[in-house]
Design a protein around this ligand. Structure first.
Ligand code: SF4
Length: 123
C-alpha cells in the first residue's frame, strides 16, 4: 500500500471545477463524518452525500483530485473513505496516480459502483 497517510495536493491540481460543485450549498457535515460515527448512521450520511455527488456536474474532476491527493476524509466524487481505501489497496506504491486523470484510471469501475442504486440504497 502506498505510504501517503495524509492528503498531498497534486502539483498540477486545478480548482475551477469547485465553482460548479453541487455541494456548494450543502451542509459540509453531510460529507465528513463526525468522530466515532458508525453503523447505520454513517451509512445513511454517506448515502446522502453520494446522492448529491451523483448529480454533480464536476464529479469526475472531484474524484480524480481526491484519489490523486489521497484525501483521507469525506465523500469526494461519490467515493467514500472506504471506497477510496479499496482503490488504494489495489495500487502499486511505485506507480501512485499523480498526473491529472490518473485518479480516474485508478478508480476504474469503482467510480460508477460508488453511486449505483445499490450504493445509494435505492435498489
Ligand atoms: S462530486 Fe460531490 S463532493 Fe465533489 S464537488 Fe461534486 S458534490 Fe461536491
Amino acid at each position: 500500500m502506498p505510504q501517503q497517510p495524509l492528503a498531498q495536493v497534486p502539483q498540477d491540481a486545478q480548482w475551477f471545477w469547485q465553482e460548479h460543485a453541487a455541494c456548494r450549498e450543502a451542509d459540509p457535515l453531510l460529507f465528513f463524518h463526525p468522530q466515532n460515527e458508525r453503523g447505520s448512521k454513517r451509512v445513511r450520511r454517506d448515502r446522502a452525500a453520494k446522492t448529491v455527488c451523483a448529480a454533480c456536474p464536476v464529479r469526475l474532476e472531484c474524484a480524480d483530485y481526491a484519489v490523486r491527493a489521497r484525501e483521507p476524509y469525506g465523500v469526494w466524487g461519490g467515493l467514500s473513505e472506504e471506497d477510496r481505501e479499496a482503490i488504494y489497496a489495489r495500487l502499486d506504491s511505485r506507480h501512485y496516480p499523480r498526473g491529472r486523470g490518473d485518479g480516474l484510471r485508478a478508480a476504474g469501475a469503482d467510480l460508477g459502483e460508488a453511486i449505483s442504486p445499490r450504493a445509494l440504497g435505492i435498489a
